[in-house]
Design a protein around this ligand. Sequence first.
Ligand code: SF4
Length: 357
Amino acid sequence: MSRQQTNLVTIGSVQLGAGNAIALQSMTNTDTRDVQATLEQVRQLASAGCDLVRISVPDLESVTAFGKIVKESPCPLIADVHFDYRLAIGALKQGASKVRINPGNIGDWDKVEAIIAAAKERQAAIRIGVNGGSLPRHILAKYEKPTAQALVEAGLEYLDRFLAADFNQMVFSFKSSDVLTTIQAYRLAASKLDWPLHIGVTEAGTTWRGTIHSCVGIGTLLAEGIGDTIRVSLTADPVQEAKVGLEILRSLSLRPTGISVTSCPTCARTPENLIALAEQFEQMVAGMAGQARVAIMGCAVNGPGEAREADLGLALGPGKALLFVKGQIVESVPIDHALERLYEEVSRFVTTKDGLA
Ligand code: SF4
């Protein structure tokens, strides 16, 4: 897949643009002032695959807490600031690798320039989050509503002003809760901007709805080579966001696949509870290092053949399962021990040359 080339932007130890890997990020939902709880969630998100974590900084107490969290964080942190430019400057002084602001709600431009100066001094980046809800008045008057063109025109105006302030470490986002508007805005932005794009569908909803909307919005853009960092927004535990984001990247071969578990859709031939077994096995291998394609199939007749692309897997039968490797049946296992045996074989497989990540 060819990717849109964008300028290099450095966020602590993570580099965006210029052909670097697409960074996965999520956002904590703890009270930032609770340093231990927030740090614990940052660690969980990093373990789940996040390269960057964003934290809300809504008040001065949170600025102080942010500094403590930065010191222990396993990954670079982004401060999310609305309205008060002093909080953004405070977070930068406390070690934020990037601040996310919406220049449309910061107030007078000299306040935005003060944030730019603080970021420049600390070699931090700024995400310019253009949001349909707070477009500059003259742009809203021109387009009447927050269309894709309106969002991008606002972004281009900010770009000129940031460049005039001699700053070039910008990342842009154009968020709308409408998936089609999001896709159109990012396509337009990618054709006009050389800076990294942060892709996401905002206010996507609960896990079920939000996952679908995010997969369609983010997946469509990534498949077109657009996007340098992604965040899935869900009304759920942020670790779920990270898991969905990681799987989107894996589905497009933008991240190593890890242990990918596929399973058949089940039919009248399925004799055992395949759905529960597949879900259980997916959880068993969730943290396993290495790469393997594993298939759990519902019948011995078609299973191994249908799972031809898999490295190894199970084909279920009444009371037993056939363990197969590269399409060849190697063992018949009682159903109660099938997942255990498969786990052993997958563990062995990933330590061999073929299975190494
Ligand atoms: S693998 Fe077997 S049980 Fe599963 S869908 Fe195909 S035919 Fe049906």
